[in-house]
Structures are given as C-alpha cells and as structure tokens.
Design a protein around this ligand. Structure first.
Ligand code: PEP
Ligand code: MG
Length: 762
C-alpha cells in the first residue's frame, strides 16, 4: 500500500471505554428479555464506537453461528443468516478463537458474501470471539463502510465487551442452557478416543472434570480503588498458597521440582501480567473480569503460535488465572472437595503443575488434557508421580463428570464409559502390569550380570532434579547421560554461573557415590531456548545445534564448564560433548575446558578430583576419525537417536520417517560392531544412551555386539535387567555372527526368534 492510500484510510479513534462499559452495565442490569438486551447492546456499541454495523453471532448446536442481533445489517437476516465454524470471516474467528481486523474485508480469502444481510457496502471489519469457559460461544463484529485501520486498543476494547456479551450467552437467555452444554456432545454411549500419549501407564477411575469453578457475577466495577485493593489481597493470598504447595510437594518426596515450580512462581510475579490486569481494572472492569480479560487476550494473541515452549507457558498462565479467580472469590480449589472419588481421573482443558498437585495424589490415577505436550510441566510432574497422561483434543465435550474412564497411556487411547468386557480386559492388563512391576522391583537388588556371568553396567538418563530419586530406587550404577539443557529450557533467561553451579552441585550431592556424566548444552534442533534465537532454519536437526552453538558462543560453553568444575570441587567430574562431527571440534571444546580449569586453579578453588572427557557418537563423520578420536577421550557414548537419523537420513521428529528404519538392521549393527572393536582396541569405555538401550530386545542385541554399558530412562531399568539376567551372551554372539551380512530391512524378527528359543525374557 502506498503512502497516499494509507493517508486516505482514516485511523480509528478509540471510544471512551469506561463510559461504554458503564452504559453496558446499565443495560445488563436492566429488565427485558435476553434478546432485547442483546439488541440494545449492539446498538450501543455501534453508537459508541461509531461503527456502521455491530452484529452478534451466537453459537448454536452443530457448530453453527447464527446472527442473533445487528445494528446496521438487514434486520430480516437476524436468526436466518447462519455460518458454519470456519466459514467466512466470522467462522474463521470462531474456528481459531482469534480476533481479526481487516481494512479490506471483501478481498480476504475467507470472505463469504451473504446477500440477505445487505453487507455489500462495507469495506472494513473487526471481529472478536465471544469466549466463555475456554470455548467459543459466538462472535462480535464491527463493520465500516469506509476503509479503516483498526488500532490494537480498539480490538482490546471489543474483547472486553465480548466478555460482557459472553455472560448473556452463558446465562441461557439467548440459547437454552441444555443446547449450550450439549454443543457438539454425542449421546452417552461407550466411546474409545484416540489421542497423544504424554506419559505411559494404565489407569482406571472416575472422571473429575477440572474447570475453573468461578462464575464472574459482576463484570463492571463500581469503585476502581476497591477493585485494585481486592486484587492486591488476592495476589498476596495466592503467593503464600503457592509457597505452601511447593513446600508440601517437597515434603511429599517429590524430590525438589524447583526447576519447574520456580518458573511457575516467576509467572505469578510477572510484572507485565500484573500491570495488564491493573490496566483492565482502570478501564472499568472488576478485578475478576480484569483477570479473565487478560487471560482471554493472552490466549487470543498467542493461540496461533506453535512454539511448544510458549504454548506450555500459556498452560501455566491458565493455572494461575484460575487460582487467582478462586482467591478473588474467596473459594477453595475444587480439588479440596472431600467428595472426590477414591480413584479419580482428572479431565481438563489444560492443567498446570500446581493444579495437579492440588489433588490428593493417593487418589489420582490418570490425567486427560485437551492441551499439553510431553515436555509440559504438568507432564514432568506426572512422570515423577508415575501417572499416565493422554491428550485428547475434544475430551471435555465427550466426557461428563462421574463417567467411568480408562486411560491407556501406552497406546494413546482413552475409553469413556467402557463396556464391562473392556473393563475386565483392562483389569487383567493392570494386574499383569503390577505383577511385572513387582518382578522388576525384585531385580533391583540383584546383580546386573548375564546368565553366563558377563557384567553389564546399567546407567540412567536424567534431566531434572526430580528424576534423581529414581537413581537410588532403580538400582542403576550411575547417570550415563545428564541432559543439562532441560533446566535451561524451563527458564525464561539464561541461568547465571552461580545458579548453574548450585544446580550441578545438588545433582552430584543427590547422586552421592554414583558417577554422573554431564552432557554440555544440547540445544537447537527441536530443543530451542526461549531466550536464544537462532532464526528460522530449513533443516534444524542439521543446523546450528549442540556443540556448534557452544563453539560459536564460547562464553556460553565457558560458563557451563566453569559451573561444572566449581560444582565438582574435590569430586570426580565427567563431561561429555554432544553432536561432535570432527575431532577438531572436540579439541576446541577441550581447550575451553582446560582454560577454565586453569582459571579455577588460579582463583585458588579446588579442582575436581578427576576429570574425564567424552564425546557422543551421533554424527557419522566421527566414525571415520576413530583412530584420531579415541586416544583423545576417556569415554564415548553412542547417541543412537541422532546417529540413526543421520545414518539413514531420516528425521527422528517426523512421524513419517521416525520409524521407517530400524536400528536393529544390518547397516547400524555393522557400524556399532566396528565401534565396539575400535573402542576395545583403544581401551576406551563405550556406552550407548539413546532410546534403544532401554528396549529389552534392542539392549539384548547391543550386548550381543559387545556393549557392556547402557544408559536408559528410569522405567526401562527393570525390563532390561530382567532380560539380561536371562541371557546367555556366548550363544547370542555366535547366533549374531550370521546376521551382519544379511540383506534384511530389519533383523528384529530374527533376534526375537532367538530370544524366544533361548528363554530370554524380553
Ligand atoms: C541421542 O541422540 O541418542 C541422545 C541420547 O541424545 P538426545 O536424545 O538428547 O538428542
Ligand atoms: Mg542426541
């Protein structure tokens, strides 16, 4: 658009929001039917906002938006014009729960012309979703004949008004309550719903629907000062309640999930969030309405962002909003109810870590959320509690409170109101699982030695302090991979050296005598830090990640190494560098480590008692430099997740390619066997810490190839140890001789047959 054209577009001058809200309050408090009041409201908005049209569409059953009231369009279209969700601009706003402001609406690809409304002359259009209880209940629209640019403040004002209209819709005066609650709801038959597994495990229980229980009765404030004061009081009460909760979580033996909960508390004290709430009160809203408005606004602004970190922080904000609303209403959380069932499955749109901890952990069996990802905070906490979590997008529409539920976190499925035969089958699976768990628990104290006497070292993969209690409980020898990037990912700023030192020292304290291998920051690819921008990359997993970032930003690597050296102080330290593609990179990283060690000694600090340096074998090029690499390292560890993706050129994050090739196939097995031989000749310790180490059959094959150390996630220790204690390595070695040269896509079936024939418990 050129400047002359821009100048002809009249910039929109915002309305007097306070006056508009005060007048809306009068209308809402006045008599008349819901329809009368809605007619009055659209007239009022059109007048105050100097719009040619103000229309309100309300969601009906079957996901249809019906024109319910208008000022400016043909009155004969009211209750006749209907749009499906996703149809036209109004449908688009509802589909994405996102505001739209268009200078030139008719040229927008979604524009759907409806002749009966008489909307031909209107050029510009701004619309916002009418949200209530996290669902879209309708759409509020302004239109102008002339072309206009809508300022952001105007859209915000419209969102505030939409909250008032949402009250009218929810009151059941426009569309009856039954229709509202049944929107999109099928009949109460048993249902099997597929979703995404966020945490494995099986659970049965009764649905407890977790929703904010607070109904906002008054939207518009009578006394601003009083509302600001109520907000301050509620904030103080909320902060102290969160502190109590965190203390209780620590006491309950949840380890110290500080990484997670500190971030959460940081949000509670976030100035931007609080000042937006205060500003909304200044505009004339009550404290409750202001809190809700800021939340709606944040959701709408961020709903199109796909960045997992931001989406997870949104869930934390939801949690805080609900908490603050409860404090404002002087209510206790619904989790306090003594009437909750003994076996409860929590169903929620989203859930924050603190909300999960509100529920009695002795009764909590499973969690179903509509939004969430495996790395969300609530999942990390659920993992520590060993509770299965499945994400199902329309769970709240399909599940009623009190419904019997089965959560199958192993197969990403839930069963709602399951038939008796399904319940019986699951009861059996759960019994079997419990018996197996018991058997694994018994192997904990038994030596990790094969049937023919070969010792195998089992190590753990960890990434948070919350994981450490598993180290002692699992009977693992040490931590073979500590992914240091996870604590970096849950923070909003890069942690200072002393914060890192404190964290690493606590990990070493918790591990005690057991050795820990710290992997330096492995970010980039699918693991971005919120405060570090790498720009768009076409092939992120081939891009700027891990040691490449550390070498390009040596200060980051230096700070991390400094923190590790300080934390070790007189104790052994093992450092491992990820994604090393050539020996020169390892040398460069090692030089930085040496510099930091010298610096430490110069400052009179105690150095580690021993310092071991290792490289991850993840990039195939390094396999061609083993003679130069091995004399320069104390140990190497195969990152088979990345190595497999690079060997087969198959993206591990893409569902179409992730499982296309099998690591138990001739190319990978030949390569791993050669690595075993090279390490054994050079006398360098070798381990493998990718996911395959934790799968019993894969672990069996690795042992057959000569691996004597495997590092895995805590739940895999029992199954792998059970497998190896039943394995005769000599027989397996002999059997595998004939496999390496075969042309098969996968050797899995042959290895499975061996296990079956030789009584190996896989
Ligand atoms: C691997 O690539 O196998 C590995 C252990 O590292 P990450 O999964 O963290 O990339
Ligand atoms: Mg890796």
């Amino acid at each position: 658009m050129d400047t002359t054209e821009r100048e002809t577009i009249a910039a929109y001058e915002g309305p007097d929001s306070r006056r508009l809200l005060a007048r809306l309050r009068d209308v809402m408090a006045g008599g008349g039917s819901g329809q009368d009041r809605l007619n009055e409201i659209v007239g009022l908005i059109a007048g105050e906002m100097r719009a040619d049209v103000c229309s309100c569409y309300v969601m009906r059953a079957g996901e249809v938006l019906e024109l319910f009231a208008t000022q400016g369009l043909n009155q004969s279209a009211v209750h006749k014009t209907r749009l499906r969700v996703g149809e036209g601009i109004v449908g688009e706003i509802a589909a994405h729960a996102r505001a739209m402001a268009l200078e030139d609406a008719p040229s927008h690809p979604s524009f759907a012309y409806r002749p009966e409304t008489g909307e031909d002359p209107f050029q510009s259009m701004a619309g916002v979703p009418i949200l209530r209880g996290g669902k879209v209940r309708g759409v509020l629209v302004l239109q102008h004949k002339e072309r206009r640019h809508y300022a952001e403040e105007l859209v915000e004002t419209l969102q505030t008004i939409a909250m008032v209209v949402a009250e009218l819709v929810a009151a059941g005066e426009l569309v009856n309550a039954q229709e509202i609650s049944n929107q999109g709801d099928p009949v109460l038959l048993p249902a099997r719903l597929s979703g995404v597994a966020l945490n494995p495990g099986l659970a049965m229980g009764v649905a407890v629907v977790h929703r904010p229980q607070v109904t906002i009765r008054q939207m518009i404030a009578e006394d601003e000062g009083k509302e600001q004061e109520r907000l301050s009081e509620a904030l103080t009460a909320m902060h102290s309640a969160i502190d109590d909760l965190l203390a209780a979580a620590a006491l309950a033996g949840l380890g110290e999930p500080r990484d997670i909960l500190e971030t959460y508390r940081m949000f509670a004290e976030d100035r931007g969030w609080l000042s937006r709430i205060r500003e909304a009160i200044r505009m004339g809203l009550t404290a409750e309405a202001a809190v809700q408005q800021v939340q709606n606004d944040t959701r709408v602004r961020m709903s199109h962002l796909t960045d997992p970190y931001i989406r997870e922080r949104l869930l934390d904000l939801d949690d805080l909003t609900n908490r603050l609303l409860l404090h404002l209403a002087g209510k206790k959380s619904e989790a306090d109810g003594a009437t909750l069932p003994d076996d409860l499955v929590l169903v929620a749109r989203s859930l924050g870590p603190a909300e999960l901890l509100d529920y009695d952990q002795r009764r909590l069996r499973g969690v179903i959320v509509e939004e969430g990802s495996p790395s969300s905070h609530v999942c990390i906490v659920a993992r520590a509690l060993d509770i299965p979590v499945v994400q199902v997008s329309d769970a709240l529409n399909r599940i009623e409170a009190g419904d019997p539920l089965i959560v199958d976190g192993d197969h990403a499925t839930i069963f709602v109101r399951p038939a008796e035969d399904i319940q019986d089958a699951f009861t059996q699976s759960m019994d079997l699982r419990a018996r197996r768990e018991e058997m694994y628990a018994q192997t904990r104290s038994l030596p990790s030695v094969t049937r023919d006497g070969v010792p195998i070292s089992i190590q753990l993969n960890c990434g948070l302090l919350i994981d450490l209690p598993h180290l002692h409980a699992s009977g693992a020898e040490g931590i073979g991979l500590y992914r240091t990037e996870i604590p970096f990912m849950v923070r909003s700023t890069y942690p200072e050296v002393d914060v890192q030192t404190d964290l690493y020292a606590r990990i070493m304290d918790e591990a005690g005598e057991r050795p820990v291998i710290f992997r330096t920051l492995d970010v980039g690819g699918d693991k971005m830090l919120p405060y570090m921008s790498s720009g768009e990359e076409e092939n992120p997993s081939l891009g700027w990640r891990a040691i490449r970032i550390g070498l390009d930003h040596p200060s980051l690597l230096r700070q991390q190494l400094r923190a590790l050296l300080c934390a070790a102080a007189g104790r052994p330290l093992s450092v491992m560098f990820p994604m090393v593609a050539e020996v020169a990179e390892l040398e460069a990283a090692r030089n930085i480590l040496n510099l930091e060690l010298e610096r430490l000694v110069e400052h009179g600090r105690e150095p580690p008692s021993t310092l071991r340096v290792g490289a991850m074998i993840e990039v195939p090029s390094l396999l061609f430099q083993l003679p130069a690499l091995l004399p320069r390292v104390d140990f190497v560890s195969v990152g088979s997740n990345d190595l497999t993706q690079y060997v087969f050129a198959a993206d591990r994050g893409n569902p179409r390619t992730a499982n296309r090739y099998d690591p138990l196939s001739p190319p990978m097995m030949c390569l791993l066997r050669r690595l075993v031989e090279a390490c054994s000749e050079a006398n360098v310790s070798l381990s493998l810490c990718g996911e395959m180490a934790g799968r019993p059959l894969d672990a069996m094959a690795l042992i057959g190839m000569g691996f004597r150390s495997l590092s895995m996630a805590p739940p895999s220790v029992g199954p792998v140890k059970t497998m190896l204690r039943s394995l005769d390595v000599a027989a397996l070695r002999q059997y595998m001789q004939g496999l390496f040269q075969r042309p098969d896509h996968s050797l899995r079936p042959k290895l499975k047959a061996f296990a079956k024939d030789h009584g190996v418990l896989i």
